[in-house]
Design a protein around this ligand. Sequence first.
Ligand code: SAM
Length: 229
Amino acid sequence: MEIKRIIDRAYDFEEEQQQALDEGRITEEEWYEIKTAHFTEHYLSADNPRAQSGHGGDEQHYFHNHFMLMDTMTKSGTFIDVGCANGHLIESLHQWITALNRIQIDFYGLDISEGLIELARKRLPDWKDKFTIGNAFGWAPEKKFDYVCVKELAYVPRNKRKAFFEHLYLHYVADQGRLILGPCSEEKASRETEDQLISWGYTPSGYIERSHNRSVHVARRVFYFDKKG
Ligand SMILES: C[S@@+](CC[C@H](N)C(=O)[O-])C[C@H]1O[C@@H](n2cnc3c(N)ncnc32)[C@H](O)[C@@H]1O
């Protein structure tokens, strides 16, 4: 159980909400509302940009956990962070890419939380038109993206995750584009995420893995799926 909490600090809360939904004590609409209110309050009460995007560690830990995404971007293009919170991830990726001066990426962000998008627009005023408020499951962009990054599929109820993944793949990712899942944490010995995706008919085109900084038994994994045009 301890490993479960390293993997997902909000594990107990997430399980409670899923159970309430499964037992019919809340509707799906309420499930989204409760979760959004909870995470918005939690993130907005934080005093640094990492925590305002849901990350509990210091700057080095953030770098350790997220720099691995750089390996998924091999050519210039557009990139959307689905569930971007305060925009810290795309801001960081932009800084790292600019420092390396290798490729050009045009960043966008989408989040279900009005409060977090307001904060993203305030923090990154040059990008204010690049942030959208919306439920990623219902929303579809006018123009598809070369890179679509979603940290996890738990943004929708458990029985909708396959449909959510398909929605992102079909409606967000451009031809020759890439859907990126992660970085997410998983028990090192487990292949649960990969097996699940394969059972849905999506075999990863590639993956990146490193150890979690708090436990060698936990892996940080990024899976990516290339869309042939
Ligand atoms: C852990 S934060 C991730 C922040 C950022 N992507 C990163 O990796 O640093 C998850 C964000 O997803 C947003 N989110 C959750 N469910 C969503 C949904 N159905 N549609 C859009 N955003 C959602 C939350 O409001 C939250 O800001």
